[in-house]
Write a protein that binds this ligand. Structure first.
Ligand SMILES: NC(=O)c1ccc[n+]([C@@H]2O[C@H](COP(=O)([O-])OP(=O)(O)OC[C@H]3O[C@@H](n4cnc5c(N)ncnc54)[C@H](OP(=O)(O)O)[C@@H]3O)[C@@H](O)[C@H]2O)c1
Length: 265
């Protein structure tokens, strides 16, 4: 019996299947991918030779919904017809109540908002459960999603804030990266050298916080010696309103996510 059917074999669906197989949480024979686009199916079968790749949703104990938002109602109807009773959706903007409507009242629905670093197993996902989700269902969804990164539980209305912070977050970090690279070039560094140093600075700083548990405040104090180079730089960032620009960016993305969610029924 198929334990898990991943519906939608796009970027996110693939990243999830890779992570799940790598973690050993599931055997290839227990997982199926439903992908309606034929050329994509051939590619998936090549990439995951021992996994069932099908054009239709197959009967399974549970499923992951990873299609584009406009395809979600049809895909959930297909799940219901196949008797699938527990689903975690990563579809942006489609509410639990909408999924519940298509899947039936007794179905268990959880909804997550991951982000693009899922493709390298480093996603940050928010997870919310519907009215029928039990502690066991949350643990199951956490086990599935942790195959491609970290997971935090939030009430469903806060998934818009998750979208504003981590969903859209890679773009903010990318703008910062571009700016750092250009700044290095402006100061005379070779572009490739500037790129290498900028990326490693982001990666190294993130790893210190994530692996050593250092807080951002502590680390910043440690690298800012009185009257030094970093202090001079930070004064410029404050003067330019860097911190408040970030706060406003997250607020704007959160508001936009809320607005888009209201348009999706
Ligand atoms: N990419 C991100 O960073 C990110 C972050 C957070 C959330 N999400 C959400 O995750 C979801 C998936 O994103 P993605 O980037 O993986 O999208 P994607 O690459 O477009 O993948 C979706 C795949 O599902 C297939 N599909 C659609 N309806 C289907 C059905 N009824 N049965 C079987 N397969 C079906 C699509 O086929 P066709 O090509 O034929 O349409 C497509 O190949 C989206 O809802 C997105 O909002 C993405």
């Amino acid at each position: 019996m198929t334990r898990l059917c991943v519906v939608g074999g796009g970027r996110m669906g693939r990243a999830l299947v890779s992570g799940l197989l790598r973690s050993g949480w599931i055997e290839p024979s227990e997982i199926a991918i439903a992908e309606r686009y034929e050329a994509a199916r051939a590619d998936l079968q090549h990439r995951f030779p021992d996994v069932e790749v099908s054009g239709d949703v197959v009967p399974a104990g549970s499923a992951v919904l990873a299609v584009k938002p406009p395809d979600a109602p049809e895909a959930t109807e297909m799940m219901r017809k196949q008797g699938i009773n527990r689903v975690v959706s990563i579809v942006a903007g489609v509410k639990i109540s909408v999924l519940q409507f298509h899947l039936g009242e007794s179905a268990v629905v959880l909804r997550a908002m991951p982000n693009l670093p899922a493709v390298v197993g480093a996603a940050a996902s928010g997870l919310a459960g519907g009215p029928t989700a039990t502690e066991e269902d949350y643990s199951w969804a956490e086990a599935v999603l942790s195959a491609f990164g970290v997971v935090a539980r939030v009430p469903e209305p806060l998934l818009d804030a998750v979208t504003g912070l981590s969903g859209s977050g890679p773009a903010y970090v990318l703008v910062l990266t571009e700016a750092l690279i250009e700044a290095g070039v402006l100061q005379g560094l070779d572009r490739e050298v500037s790129r290498l140093l900028a990326i490693q600075t982001l990666l190294g700083t993130a790893r210190m916080m994530s692996e050593l548990g250092d807080t951002a405040e502590d680390l910043r104090a440690r690298v800012t010696s009185p009257g030094g180079t970093t202090a001079a730089a930070l004064r410029e960032l404050e003067r330019a309103g860097f911190r408040s620009a970030v706060v406003e960016a997250v607020a704007a993305a959160t508001a936009r996510s809320r607005e888009l969610g209201q348009q999706t029924h």
